[in-house]
Design a protein around this ligand. Structure first.
Ligand code: MN
Length: 196
């Protein structure tokens, strides 16, 4: 079984001016495609070949090539799925109820997430996770994620890529501006649908 690069549910230029079309095109068609191809090559004729991506990532003692490319494949699939040209605003329903309960307010949740994204040194991701009915925020290095052994734990329901390849063309060194732009694109219905 090979993993496939997912099509985006919007055009490369649909997320402008927040995420520019050139960055989106390179990010999806080069970076994400690369992780996908490298993952397929790395699992070929191994015990991982017929496992789900989640089960691969949860495996202990993952070979480094499968860890990096499997994480890259999964993380970007999640990232694209929680973005929308019609995103932004505030969450509703059971998601805002859980945010208010676990962080005190939507603003507090954003503030904690911004801090996780801004303070991740070098390349990595910030995450909102849901586990045992509770929301939590953390960050991971490189293409690691909370599903992996020894990481922060929980099921990611929202992720933000803070690798420079995600923002450098448009924002250069201004990672905080990129993080701020992200909030205009979050598809809160998609995030809520990942709570289970
Ligand atoms: Mn990326």
């Amino acid at each position: 079984m090979a993993f496939n690069l997912p099509d985006l549910k919007y055009e490369y230029n649909s997320l402008e001016p927040h995420f520019d079309a050139k960055t989106m095109e390179i990010h999806h068609s080069k970076h994400h495609a690369g992780y996908t191809n490298n993952l397929n090559n790395a699992i070929k004729e191994t015990n991982y070949e017929n496992m789900s991506i989640e089960d691969i990532l949860k495996s202990s003692d993952l070979p480094v090539g499968i860890r990096n490319n499997g994480g890259g494949f999964y993380n970007h699939c999640l990232f694209w799925s929680i973005l929308s040209p019609n995103g932004g605003g505030e969450p509703e329903g059971k998601l805002i109820e859980a945010i208010n309960r676990d962080f005190g307010s939507f603003e507090n949740m954003k503030s904690e997430f911004n801090k996780a994204a801004a303070t991740r040194f070098g390349s990595g991701w910030a995450w909102l996770c849901f586990d045992n009915g509770m929301l939590s925020i953390c960050s991971t290095a490189n293409q690691d994620n909370p599903l992996m052994d020894g990481q922060c734990g929980g099921t990611p329901i929202m992720g933000l890529d803070v690798w420079e390849h995600a923002y450098y063309l448009n924002y250069q060194n201004r990672r905080p501006d990129y993080i701020n732009a992200f909030w205009s694109l979050v598809d809160w219905n998609a995030v809520e649908n990942l709570m289970s």
